[in-house]
Design a protein around this ligand. Sequence first.
Ligand code: PEP
Length: 257
Amino acid sequence: AAGGRMFLVANWKMNMTRDRIETYLDALERERLSSMLSGTRHQIALAPTHVYLQDLSREVLRRGLPVKIFAQDVSSRSEGAFTGEVSVRNVLDVGAVGSILGHSERRRYFQETDADVARKTSLCLQAGAIPLVCFGESREERDAGETLRVLRHQVAPIVEVVTKAFRENENIPVYLAYEPVWAIGSGKNASCSDIEEVISTVLEGFSWPVPPCILYGGSVNLENISSLAALENLAGLLVGSAWLDPETFLDSVRALS
Ligand code: PEP
């Protein structure tokens, strides 16, 4: 938001390896020492696959990097006989502070429904993990003029679980990410006016007990980052491809400083 503090999240997806993570942290550490990173007002998070959460959390602490760790997903079950699943408690246990939820790749390739995403959101809120819930329309939906209807449909179940959780704890953090499916990894970002329209629809179209912080994601790069970040109501950016490279990530933070 126009000169304000942004939440910058790198979604590494299924891309990194131990070697590449080390190189990434080396690059961040060099910047910490040169103070650009330690002086930033922005909040930074890295989201590796589950297997790297623990090592990454430890390394970030050891190197004194001002970086939070997020999971890319958690199970919709809290615990028990669910072979292969990873719970909210598991990711918190190894140093993550929250999780991306309902990413369009999860919805599309792994058939996650709005109800699954709402359940995951509720489990995060109960456990004290920060939910970062993704929502967004497909190209066909946008072309058919269905964007706002689809988005309301995706967000409504989240409002419901947030409202329930708020009755028990008024300090719950709620983050959403508007990620149009057609903008992810395509090189085509949504326009500033589209993003503004979506943010105000989501903020004003529901009675939120606490207003959520809304991020944008979808082909953010060094060329468009400054104009996106200037959007008044935008709380941050969720970035895939561009931030697999630590130098581009650091250049982006620099561009927003
Ligand atoms: C994403 O998948 O969360 C994302 C924003 O990807 P990209 O930046 O590559 O479009």
